[in-house]
Design a protein. Structure first.
Length: 202
């Protein structure tokens, strides 16, 4: 189950990606608004207020699942504007997709420094820790996410880490809570399958 949640919404192709820029930009189906690809890179003035060009260019690559190129474009956006939280969010997700979890953790850390009240940033980092088998850190981040905002995917992130830690009853309980809060979530079928797998482990 490969997934990331951005600002409370899950990352495509399993669900729609929402960046902080508009609390609902769908990266998987985003429509660039600045004529990406129309201007030659040599014609671009590299100033901080133009970081959006590279961000949108990264989105275009992301939609095509060209994650390495997306990472490079988001990196240029970040170099132009080191406080561009959306670029960090997007790059963290791209790193996650190529299973460069260490780099994803660094970018989620940057998101948390820039947006410390983002429940989804903590939740995403909790998912990343789960993939790395670092359940203690994942549980800590999931707890922080749920303190900021009790939401379905936050409970699922905690469930994943409980499963890694071997606490099967707690994992099942949190997946069930996630389903009760978000029964129509794009990941709901994965959560149900996770519950079935965990019950077979009991």
């Amino acid at each position: 189950m490969k997934r990331v949640v951005w600002m409370g919404l899950a990352l495509a192709p399993l669900a729609g990606v929402a960046g902080a820029r508009a609390q609902g930009i769908d990266l998987a189906g985003a429509k660039p608004t600045d004529g990406i690809g129309a201007a030659a890179p040599s014609r671009i003035r590299l100033t901080p207020h133009e970081a959006g060009y590279y961000y949108n260019r990264g989105n275009r690559f992301f939609r095509r699942k060209q994650f390495d190129r997306a990472i490079a474009a988001y990196g240029r956006a970040i170099r132009q504007d080191p406080r561009d939280v959306d670029a960090f969010i997007a790059r963290a997700a791209a790193y996650y997709y190529v299973e460069d979890y260490a780099s994803a953790l660094q970018d989620w850390g940057a998101v948390i420094r820039l947006a410390p009240k983002s429940a989804a940033a903590y939740g995403n980092r909790a998912w990343t820790y789960c993939r790395l088998g670092q359940a203690d850190k994942g549980l800590s981040d999931a707890a922080q996410a749920l303190q900021l905002k009790p939401y379905g995917d936050g409970f699922a992130a905690r469930a994943c880490n409980y499963g890694v830690s071997g606490n099967v009853p707690a994992a099942i309980r949190d997946y069930e809570k996630a389903l009760s809060l978000s029964p129509d979530h794009d990941e709901a079928s994965d959560w149900r399958r996770a519950i079935d797998r965990l019950r077979r482990r009991k």
